[in-house]
Design a binder for this molecule. Structure first.
Ligand code: UN1
Length: 514
């Protein structure tokens, strides 16, 4: 496999001997002092890179860099911080192809989806640049004569961003591009499965920072390490905000540690996303949406469609059309044009998929198709699978768990209200969709009595959200909202200012104290 993209991006300079740096703040570039590990490509299992884990002790000097950076960054006018993000977006545009290749090498994404992920980064840059001139608060009338009230949004402080392997660039960019315009230095702790993506993003940002000497370089920092580093970050007072994406178990641990010091966390955790297909649905559209949402990214998006809740009158026909469509999905090397399903991230993920399929069968499920490992026409050493479809009862315990692999559980309903109950009965609450031509069903689905998820779509799939909306979900998904809408407020603190321009000192609530 060609690693020339790393060369072009300047990532190959972030190395000492054969080991990449794990602590990078612009001011310091050093090796991790912990255990060594190597990163393998899910494409063929070949070794891509070697790192040593950054340790909790190494966090101390990084924290100093971040705190210093914050002092400088918070007083730089927000539009100037927007200029930084604008230039980062320009660099990402210039190197879009190479950045997508790094994603494909480390996360195994097919190129069209990897390019789409870089596009999310570019899009959020544009969004953040505009937002950098709109960090405005309210002007509020005062109850007291000669007084005025207002709100201001102020930079919050260094923000830690802990990300997962499956969106190694987009999720960082949602947090980092907004955090930067808000005046917050960003420390990224990427998934240990995708550290080169982090180095590529770091290098892009540092190239821009080299031409903007007024902005502290540690504004974009990276530490590559394991669980102990994640715990140290969560426990550290340096970070008023810790943004974490990954499993519910990880998020629960982070949230509890952050809450114990009364910090804030912004969580985007597990999903168990459902689509209701009504008897009125446009099945042609639904079919295409299901295949992309369920089999795209080899089932490894937080927003992947995992539960299909079909009206009993359409289920048989839809399942057989789906099975047919699944049988012709091109599975293979994600770097090869035409491939639609790349590999699972690793063997562990393959084993989890097999256990889930076993559990489904034991719980009364019927395997319609897929699930087996594909070894023909794919690179050796990767874990490629045929996406699976399983018909099963909605309340089988396995259906309520998120298995990060392409398994689509097909459930049935007869009454639309039951379909909504089924949709809502799982612990997770990220994304949901309904396919219907009935205005009443669509509106009910989006109403207070409808889907309880953060995302509720009509006649489109569960995955592939635009950056302009707030992204995230409820319940075990963690409650955070990132990316568009007013998510920028997460990265700022609000001050309420009351100003007395009169000559008297009237007290609020009419209190007389004399
Ligand atoms: C994720 O899987 O963590 O909506 C993020 C989507 C993408 C982002 C997914 N825009 O599918």
């Amino acid at each position: 496999m060609s690693l020339s993209c790393l060369e072009t991006l300047g990532v190959t300079s972030l190395v000492s001997g054969d080991t990449y740096f794990s602590v990078l703040t612009g001011n310091q570039k050093v090796l991790g002092e912990g255990d060594k590990f190597s990163v393998r490509s899910p494409i063929d299992g070949s070794t891509l890179s070697s790192f040593a884990n950054a340790t909790p002790q190494q966090l101390q000097s990084v924290n100093q860099d971040l705190q210093e950076a914050f002092k400088a960054l918070r007083v730089i006018p927000a539009p100037r911080r927007g200029e930084l993000v604008r230039r980062i977006g320009e660099e990402a545009r210039k190197y879009k192809q190479e950045l997508a290749q790094v994603i494909s090498l480390e996360a195994g994404k097919i190129m069209p989806e990897a390019l789409g992920e870089v596009q999310e980064w570019i899009d959020v840059c544009d969004f953040a640049v505009g937002q950098s001139r709109m960090l405005h608060g309210l002007s509020i009338v005062s109850e007291r004569p000669g007084h005025r009230m207002m709100e201001q949004w102020q930079p919050l402080g260094p923000v830690a961003v802990i990300t997962a392997f499956n969106f190694p660039m987009a999720v960082w960019s949602w947090n980092a591009m907004l955090g930067l315009i808000c005046g917050d230095p960003i420390l990224l702790k990427p998934s240990e499965k995708a550290p080169l993506c982090a180095l590529a993003m770091y290098q892009i940002a540092q190239n821009v920072l080299a031409d903007m000497p007024d902005i502290p370089k540690a504004a974009v920092s990276v530490m590559i390490g394991g669980r102990d580093l994640g715990e140290a970050i969560a426990a550290s007072d340096t970070f008023p905000l810790v943004s974490a994406t990954g499993s519910t178990a990880m998020g629960r641990a982070v949230a509890q540690t952050v809450a114990a010091r009364l910090g804030r966390s912004l969580l985007e955790l597990g999903g168990n996303n459902a689509m209701i297909v009504s008897d009125t649905a446009d099945l042609e559209l639904a079919l295409r949406a299901i295949v992309f949402s369920a089999a795209g990214t080899a089932g490894q998006r937080c927003t992947t469609l995992r539960r299909l809740i079909c009206h009993e009158s359409v289920v048989d026909g839809l399942v057989s059309r789906l099975a047919k469509s699944y049988s012709s999905l091109p599975i293979g090397n994600p770097l090869t044009e035409g491939t639609l399903v790349g590999p699972l991230i690793d063997e562990n993920s393959f084993n989890k998929m097999q256990s889930a399929l076993e559990a489904a069968k034991a719980q009364g499920g019927e395997l319609v198709c897929g699930g087996q490992r594909v070894t023909q026409g794919v690179p050796e050493g990767g874990f490629y699978v045929q996406p699976a479809i399983v018909r099963i009862a909605h309340d089988a315990p396995i259906v309520h768990e998120e298995t990060f692999a392409p398994i689509l559980y097909v459930l049935t309903y007869s009454d639309f209200a039951d379909a909504i109950d089924i949709q809502n009965e799982v612990p997770q609450g990220l994304s949901s969709a309904v396919f219907t031509e009935s205005m009443r069903e669509a509106e009910l689905f989006m109403s207070p009595a409808g889907s309880d998820c953060g995302i509720a779509n009509v006649n489109i799939g569960t995955s592939g959200a635009e950056i302009g909306g707030a992204f995230g979900g409820e319940k075990d998904t963690g409650g955070g909202r990132e990316s568009g809408s007013d998510a920028w407020r997460n990265y700022m603190r609000r001050t309420t200012n009351t100003v007395n321009y009169g000559g008297d000192l009237p007290l609020a609530q009419g209190i007389v104290f004399e």
